[in-house]
Design a protein around this ligand. Structure first.
Ligand SMILES: CCCCCCCC(=O)SCCNC(=O)CCNC(=O)[C@H](O)C(C)(C)COP(=O)(O)OP(=O)(O)OC[C@H]1O[C@@H](n2cnc3c(N)ncnc32)[C@H](O)[C@@H]1OP(=O)(O)O
Length: 222
């Protein structure tokens, strides 16, 4: 990571092209740790470990957490927390709660740009359950915000989510790869209208419409 993009304003990063190489060293270790934490988070939903085992694990985690806390810098982390201000699905989103490989909260959703279409794929584990056996509606909304957010960012004038409307048509299954798609419908002044779908196989599970309002992102970083 020779180049720290936060030395510049977010607005100047629209054309930043991230490196293609797979992560190594500390970053690869971070991804591995977050993946292990996801396994723990899912297993906690239906495990049968006894109290002693759980307390031993809690103590180990508390100690490790304290060690990590002691190394925190208080500086803005490298990279982006979401895709809209980056404008490139390959940018460094380790800390994103939706797509971040370094964030154990993230499913993680994997996104790619296909022309004017953004495609996102995810397999939601049991920790994302809402209705029995199916994905929580708020988690689906977060994923839509990310894919619609990326689509509207491709206009070159990224905005913040003003309104996000979701129509849930069928329950979205857990443990199955589901596919989000998003594209920009139209732009009216500062308003960018984006729309998307969520499918599990052939089944249309949800549709979304978003109105994003173009903003000067440099205001948010001061
Ligand atoms: C670091 C950056 C990350 C960006 C990530 C993007 C994805 C996200 O998840 S963002 C997080 C969730 N969203 C937010 O927190 C946004 C909070 N809201 C705000 O900051 C403001 O209300 C904001 C920026 C949306 C609009 O405020 P402002 O710039 O003052 O807009 P304003 O001048 O009133 O209105 C401009 C136009 O947008 C319209 N508009 C304003 N707010 C909304 C809204 N919420 N929904 C729909 N339209 C709206 C207005 O009607 C107006 O339209 P017209 O030009 O036709 O009259």
């Amino acid at each position: 990571m020779s180049d720290d993009p936060f030395g510049q304003s977010i607005a100047s990063l629209a054309n930043w092209v991230p490196p293609d190489e797979p992560p190594t060293g500390q970053r690869a270790a971070l991804h591995r740790l977050a993946a292990a934490m996801r396994i723990v988070a899912e297993a906690l939903t239906d495990m049968q470990a006894d109290e002693a085992d759980l307390l031993a694990a809690a103590e180990a985690m508390e100690q490790f957490g304290a060690r990590l806390e002691a190394t925190r810098t208080g500086h803005r982390p490298w990279g982006f927390a979401e895709s809209a201000p980056a404008g490139d699905a390959r940018a460094m989103f380790d800390r994103s709660p939706v797509i971040g490989l370094g964030n154990p909260v993230a499913p993680p959703l994997r996104m790619e740009i296909d022309g004017d279409r953004i495609v996102g794929r995810a397999t939601f584990g049991a920790q994302y359950e809402g209705p029995p056996g199916h994905v929580h509606g708020g988690i689906i909304a977060a994923a839509f915000d990310e894919v619609l957010g990326m689509a509207q960012a491709r206009t070159g004038r990224p905005g913040m989510t003003g309104t996000l409307t979701i129509r849930y048509r069928r329950p979205t299954p857990l443990h199955t790869e589901v596919v989000f798609e998003a594209r920009v419908d139209r732009v009216e002044g500062r308003k960018i209208f984006a729309a998307g779908t969520l499918h599990a196989g052939e089944t249309l599970c949800a549709e979304a419409e978003g109105i994003f309002i173009s903003v000067d992102f440099s205001r948010l970083t001061r």
